[in-house]
Design a protein around this ligand. Sequence first.
Ligand SMILES: [Zn+2]
Ligand SMILES: [Zn+2]
Length: 237
Amino acid sequence: MKCYYDFHIHSCLSPCADDDMTPENIVGMAYLAGLDAIAVCDHNTCENCAAAISAGQKRGICVLPGMELMTSEEIHVLFLFSKLDGALEFSDYVYSKLPKLENKPDIFGNQLVYGDGDVLLRSEPRLLSAATEIGIYETARLAKFYNGVAVPAHINRGAFSILSNLGMYDTDMGFKSIEISRGTSVEKLICEHPELDGLRFIQNSDAHSLNNVPDAELYLNLNSCTPSEITALLSVE
Ligand SMILES: [Zn+2]
Ligand SMILES: [Zn+2]
């Protein structure tokens, strides 16, 4: 079956995302857009994933628990998990590797944690969008340990990406799939970086506002649209 996806959507727990990116609103927009599977990927946390999964169950949308980790090299890496418990354990681990900086909502934005049914639970006091102590070479192994997959984010972008921060891609990093921004030419990118040839490319929106949740255009071919099938597919070339 065709599984129409967008695996990189920020919720209101990311300081840079809109406050109306609540779990119910994100899933509602995905439903209207005709998407089958989405992932909520906030900076360095999975704390809004449980509410998003619950919202997805009501709408019949597969919601993967996810995260956009910032490595010690200031590279963004998407983590997609097959199960919520692994995601939450990883989220706790990442929290222990985050610098103890206080969020200043007036400057950086709010960091809102929601429960089921869009019940506001709390504001996260620690700034989530900082670099963690986790290095890029650790990420693929860590994702596997927590029953997920790591996918370097927006590799073509001029900031917070492997190519912008390191200048090259090293196959020893162990990734099987790579994210490029929507509308980017895979052929042109491989021409410039032949070391990327053979990897699977996915394209996501990196939506920070409700109107950036994309229409159903891009899809994966799967037997069934489930978190475990999706993470398994992205774990092989
Ligand atoms: Zn990013
Ligand atoms: Zn992002």
